[in-house]
Design a protein around this ligand. Structure first.
Ligand code: 5AD
Ligand code: SF4
Length: 478
């Protein structure tokens, strides 16, 4: 949809996305006025906390900001700053409060500066109360369900002297076709579903992201086709539990079937997905992966714990044995597929014996990589009120033991690739050494090697010379 010249007399559309396009044209008018006043472009800064879902949401925010005339900068001293927040663990929340302090200082120097907050943290009442009370300089707050209304809310913010707050408890609405601004021209995420119905007892996501709802397959395919026309080679299908994709649709379709449809898109070279739940990863999915030329050789399969007793308390609906069976089946059926995982240490009531079970699974599966988290108590979740919260000291010792095992087993597994020549999608100039390029293997391992920047966005063959612990140093093959 094109952005029209703003017409103050036109009636405001009630249908979406037309309504948001109306507000975008209004905003463009406002931004142009402010530019004239200041004699320079208006700048914006979008900062993302948390997961890939949030990263994708931020691309939607930036798409709108750029459409209405803001210039993106990569530091906080901007005319409009928005934090897309995460609340999965408490340290993410603390980080946001810390940075808000810095923003307050910047706003004192530039009183016209506007500050917005959105994302998962905003779905918590205590957070909104705290910001209203102690962070009065914030101008706009909205949550996860109405992010599609960003243009409209931004208009309200510019029209108002007060804090604009719009938080919804849930929604069944999915608005398509709003502008997005991709971080990388050659790869992108796409939401295939929103929300989560699993209610793992430690997790706040179902409370802040609402109930599961899937996008129509035709909308997903159309979006990916457009991205491919625009230069995208790799797409990541995003959902909190991709295995249950398609269940609530009028014409139900499975995740494995969706993958087969995506595979047919000409010009698309790589398909990733995040995140499957071990309780319902189907044999169909394994079968589809076995025959696919495009699905990347990587499954992220969050284990959380290796103890059947703790898994039951976590409401995960699988046991140590069934998780092991599944992981070993994947190893057998798809030997080149990397398996990575998430592990929580310190869940209420966890004993050393439980931790030994976790360590046992890590050794038996030999994960290619694992993200290990210290349990964080999230208000409102069932685990928060469980007795036997584990003392910090004990958690620390167990965490170190788990981490050590993860590092040893990952090293042994990933080192097996040494000497092979494999395709790498070149992503960027190396952060630490500008003479090197950084890219990713199909199995998600990072590779650094010497090469020309013109290779960024292309797939090249690289020999994996040396494994350096979680990444490879390689050399480009002609
Ligand atoms: N404490 C620690 N880790 C958590 N995760 C989710 N909730 C919590 C919590 N309360 C982890 C899980 C999940 C990952 C995204 O975050 O391991 O897979
Ligand atoms: Fe993502 Fe979960 Fe954080 Fe929300 S709370 S941003 S869903 S990691």
């Amino acid at each position: 949809m094109e952005l029209k010249e703003f017409d103050a007399l036109a009636s405001i559309p009630t249908k979406e996305p037309e309504r948001q396009f109306y507000f975008m044209s209004k905003l463009a008018h406002k931004v142009a006025e402010l530019e004239k006043e200041k004699g320079r472009k208006l700048t914006c800064y979008v900062h993302t906390f948390g997961c890939q879902m949030n990263a994708r949401d931020s691309e939607k925010l930036l798409g709108i900001l750029k459409t209405v005339g803001f210039e993106e900068i990569d530091y906080e001293d901007a005319d409009f700053v928005i934090y897309n927040t995460c609340t999965v663990r408490d340290n993410a929340n603390q980080h946001v409060y810390g940075r808000l302090g810095v923003l307050n200082g910047l706003k004192k120097k530039n009183p016209d500066m506007k500050i917005g907050l959105c994302g998962c943290m905003m779905q918590e009442e205590v957070v909104i109360e705290k910001i209203k009370k102690s962070y009065r300089f914030v101008n706009l707050m909205f949550g996860t369900h109405n992010i599609y209304k960003f243009a409209e809310l931004l208009c309200d913010m510019y029209d108002s002297d007060r804090m604009v707050i719009d938080i919804w408890k849930d929604t069944d609405q999915i608005v398509e076709d709003l502008p997005t601004e991709r971080k990388y021209p050659f790869k992108s995420g796409t939401n295939i579903m929103f929300g989560c119905n699993n209610f793992c007892s430690y997790c706040i996501v179902p409370y802040v992201r609402g109930r599961e709802r899937s996008r129509e397959p035709k909308d997903i395919i159309r979006e990916i086709e457009r991205m491919v026309q625009d230069g995208v080679k790799e797409v990541m299908l995003l959902g909190q539990n991709v295995n249950s994709y398609g269940k609530g649709l009028e014409n139900p379709i499975s995740f494995a079937e969706l993958l087969q449809e995506v595979e047919k898109i000409d010009g698309l070279e790589r398909i990733r997905f995040m995140t499957p739940h071990p309780k319902d990863l189907s044999d169909d999915l394994i079968e589809v992966m076995k025959h696919s030329k495009k699905i990347c050789r990587h499954i992220h399969l969050p284990m959380q714990s290796g103890s059947s007793r703790i898994l039951k308390e976590m409401n995960r609906h699988y046991t140590k044995e069934s998780y092991l069976d599944l992981a070993l089946k994947i190893r057998r059926e798809l030997p080149d597929v990397a398996i990575t995982t998430d592990i929580i240490v310190g869940f209420p009531g966890e004993t050393r014996e439980d931790v030994e079970d976790t360590i046992d699974v890590i050794k038996k599966v030999g994960f290619d990589n694992a993200f290990t988290f210290i349990y964080s108590k999230r208000t409102g979740t069932p685990a928060a009120s469980m007795p036997n919260q584990v003392p910090e000291e004990e958690v620390k010792v167990n965490f170190d033991a788990v981490l050590k095992t993860v590092q040893e087993t990952a090293r042994a597994r990933v080192k097996l690739l040494e000497g092979q020549i494999l395709p790498v999608l070149v992503e960027e100039i190396n952060e630490h050494n500008p003479e090197l390029l950084t890219g990713r293997l199909s199995n998600n391992i990072l590779v650094h090697f010497k090469g020309d920047t013109s290779l960024i966005g292309t797939i090249v063959n690289v020999s994996l010379d040396e494994y350096e612990g979680f990444y490879y140093m390689g050399s480009l093959q002609e």
